[in-house]
Design a protein around this ligand. Structure first.
Ligand SMILES: Cc1ncc(COP(=O)(O)O)c(C=O)c1O
Length: 448
């Protein structure tokens, strides 16, 4: 039974006194590298609603950066966590066996977006899942190089960071992050086509830079171990490429014996209305990485590969905490809930939300593009539609105005608002979010 209101209720000035005190303490002792935009301090959450430490209630369309897939504190997930915790918290799947990890690997082998059997490596985060994929690709192929895409985000550990090409600040000060041998190519951003073409006649010509330049002038394809790509670019701005982009990549990788590594960390686990976002594009990868929504908020990262690809020997790679049994129990329940109901809900409520946001686009000149699949939706703001000049400051102000009205959202890319709510979002809550965005964008437009 729900105990929080199902619509926002702002009762204090923001931040309230309790939030203000915690943020003040945080400033003294927590790493300043975090990127907090507005002062939200959670006290509890339930479904898509969260309450702050001053009793203000917000509608959450950020979900802890696309993580709380089943909503906050779903009772079935909490029960699975409690049940597993009472048996044992940890044993280390590196040196011992436990059934929840085996069961999760079985479930993923059956559900993976490529033909099974598949095998899974377990870590604790998206970055670790991608580290595993990078190492496995090099190990399996015996080749040194990797290809990734401009605008992509794959994590911040040094290996994953060498793939990440989202914001320069993420690399600045950390030395030669490209040393591991990664080459980047343009991603298919159809709103800003990198080769100036139109989506209607697109044959993914943006890949010609990769095919005719990178693989000709910089690296020989037979030395490339893996190509790493997000099905839909997440941190880069919720950019949905055309199907031809992924299909051409699959053909290219097959031609040269390169492993296709799909990073479904942000877009996966039902968010787009399919369990894996890559399923929208008719492409089967060799390795798929997952994290974020997979365990409803407990830390878990997984790299799942075709069994023949995951051929490394004992000792080649491992993690003390990776595949923690409590996280595995949470993931098993999460995936059951997704498959029973929430993937379909994401498709339904996501389509409803996209329609409502496209109506807003008619009303507000600030909105240049609305795009997405399921409940992975981006709203790109522009100073004017003809030049498509990026409205970065306006985007930041819309995020703040939404917060003031009780809606939690995040930015993505330079000038895009991302909507990544829990997949339990109802149509009524989606309507509330659209109405708040209407008011927030209206307020920012009026003050320009
Ligand atoms: C597509 C993608 N891959 C990898 C990561 C890294 O995940 P983590 O922050 O759990 O290391 C992220 C995080 O935003 C992501 O969006």
């Amino acid at each position: 039974m729900s105990t929080l209101p199902q619509a926002p209720a702002i009762r204090t000035a923001l931040p309230g006194p309790n939030a203000r005190a915690i943020i003040e303490r945080d400033g003294h002792v927590v790493s300043p590298s975090y990127t907090r935009g507005y002062p939200f301090v959670i006290a509890r959450g339930e479904g898509a609603m969260v309450e702050d430490v001053d009793g203000n209630v917000f509608l959450d369309c950020a979900a802890g950066i696309a993580v709380n897939s089943t909503g906050h504190a779903h009772p079935d997930v909490v029960a699975a966590i409690v049940e597993q915790s009472q048996r044992y918290l940890h044993m280390s799947g590196t040196d011992f066996y436990y059934e929840p990890q085996v069961r999760l690997a079985e479930v993923l082998s059956a559900a993976a977006p490529m033909p099974g059997p598949c095998k899974s490596f377990f870590g604790n985060s998206g970055a670790e899942a991608n580290e595993a994929a990078i190492k496995l690709a090099r190990y399996h192929t015996g080749r040194p190089f990797l290809i990734a895409f401009l605008g992509s985000f794959h994590g911040r550990t040094m290996g994953a960071l060498s793939l990440t090409a989202s914001k320069a600040v993420q690399r600045k000060g950390f030395g030669a992050t490209t040393a591991p041998g990664v080459f980047h190519a343009p991603y298919a951003d159809c709103y800003r086509c990198p080769v100036g073409l139109r989506p209607e006649t697109c044959q993914a010509e943006c890949l010609e830079y990769l095919e005719d330049k990178v693989l000709v002038h910089l690296v020989s394809p037979d030395e490339v171990a893996g190509l790493v790509v997000e099905p839909i670019q997440g941190e880069g701005g919720y950019i949905v490429p055309p199907a031809q982009f992924h299909q051409r990549l699959r053909a290219l990788t097959e031609r040269h014996g390169i492993l296709l590594i799909v990073d479904d960390v942000q877009s996966g686990m039902g968010r787009t209305g399919k369990l894996f976002a890559i399923e929208h594009f008719g492409v089967q990868p060799d390795i798929v990485t997952m994290a974020k929504g997979i365990a409803s908020g407990l830390p878990l990262g997984v790299a799942t590969a075709r069994a023949g690809v995951m051929d490394w020997t004992p000792g080649a790679h491992a993690s003390t905490f990776g595949g923690n049994p409590v996280s595995c129990a949470a993931a098993l329940t999460t995936i059951r809930l997704l498959q029973e109901q929430l993937v379909a809900n994401a498709a339904d409520v996501g389509a409803y939300m996209l329609d409502g946001l496209r109506d807003l686009q008619q009303k507000h000149a600030l909105i240049g593009d609305v795009r997405g699949k399921g409940l992975m939706i981006g709203i790109e703001l522009v100073k004017d539609r003809a030049s498509k000049a990026r409205a970065t400051a306006e985007r930041d102000r819309v995020v703040d105005e939404a917060f003031a009205r009780g809606l939690l959202i995040l930015g993505a890319g330079r000038n895009t608002i991302r909507l990544s709510p829990p997949l339990v979002l109802t149509r009524a809550q989606a309507r509330t979010a659209i109405d708040i965005l209407d008011a927030a964008i209206g307020a920012v437009s009026a003050s320009r």
